[in-house]
Design a protein around this ligand. Structure first.
Ligand code: MLT
Length: 309
């Protein structure tokens, strides 16, 4: 009998087609992930579960997943899957670490420009017919120091884009080799050094026990006055309340956030502060990236279900 896969989040049609072409019996139910009870009821029928971020694969779901062999996350972060529980049950959890890295890096760069030139506020003001030409004084990026926290797949691309913008790029990443730093054209530094020197700080690390609140109140206080902070990685990396205070007292000049400690973010200490640019976790939201991650997850899951590889 053909393996059965449930797609419980919005995923490009290309993924459905690949599963079909590979002989997998696929059920595309893009809203099911939001309905925990329904998911719990049906999960036992499937060998594979393909998700994005809306489906929460909790301990309870895993306990009911009697036939599940693989969970495929079309995207990078697997924080919506209880990995220890899945591993205990012998269920493989796979992600697609490369499909959306360019798109996410580009979003971080777009956010950096947006906060440097106050583009969202200037746009809203112009739409309102105010023509406030003298209100929106920005800063140039050229010659500024960009501090990149995490120089992996996405952070590495941000580094090269920063270099291309003629910024001086300093990177903090315990896993960054000297050779790789040289290849990226960046200076490898310790976190303390980065905090002191950077005019712009951008985060590109996953949320772990080690990185949670990496920009804590204490670390924010160590940053250069007038710094601008960009987070397109994960909510929880920055102490949002402390950042809001630092923005209000003028130590931090601006912030651009795509991710929040609590999502969906309906309320947040950063909301409605001047020169804070916010987007609703759009880091991976381009048609190219969504196509890439959908294709990759479908191929990888099919390989695993059909050949065990
Ligand atoms: C990811 O982890 O791939 C990104 O944050 C995108 C997403 O969750 O939609």
């Amino acid at each position: 009998m053909a393996p059965r896969v449930l797609i419980s989040d919005k995923l490009s049609d290309a993924a459905v087609q690949i599963f079909k072409d590979r002989g997998i019996d696929v059920d595309f139910q893009p809203d099911l992930g939001k309905d925990k009870d329904k998911l719990l009821e049906v999960i036992g029928q499937y060998d594979g579960l393909a998700i994005r971020s809306a489906t929460k694969v909790t301990e309870k779901i895993i306990a009911a997943a009697d036939n599940l062999k693989v969970i495929g996350r079309a995207g990078i972060g697997v924080d919506n899957v209880d990995i220890p529980e899945a591993s205990r049950k012998g269920i493989i959890v796979m992600n697609t670490p490369f499909g959306n890295m360019i798109t996410t890096a580009e979003h971080a760069i777009a956010m950096m420009f947006a906060v440097a030139r106050q583009i969202p506020e200037a746009s809203a003001s112009t739409h309102a017919g105010k023509w406030e030409k003298s209100k929106f004084m920005g800063v140039e990026l050229t010659g500024k120091t960009l501090g990149v926290i995490g120089a992996g797949n996405i952070g590495g691309i941000v580094c090269t884009r920063g270099v291309g913008l003629r910024m001086k790029v300093v990177a903090y990443d315990p896993f960054l080799s000297d050779d790789r730093a040289a290849e990226l054209g960046v200076e490898k530094v310790e976190l303390e050094d980065l905090l002191k020197r950077a005019d712009f700080i951008t985060l590109h690390v996953p949320l772990t026990d080690q990185t949670k609140n990496i920009l804590s109140k204490e670390n924010i206080a160590k940053t250069k006055k007038g710094v601008r902070i960009i987070n397109c990685a994960r909510g929880g990396l920055v102490d949002e309340a402390a950042l809001a205070e630092a923005l209000k007292d003028g130590h931090v000049a601006g912030a651009a956030f795509d991710v929040f400690a609590e999502e969906p973010a309906k309320e947040n200490p950063l909301f409605n502060l001047p020169n804070v640019v916010c987007t609703p976790h759009l880091g991976a939201a381009t048609s190219e990236a969504q196509e890439n991650v959908a294709l990759q997850v479908a191929e990888q899951m099919s390989d695993y279900l059909l050949t065990g590889a």
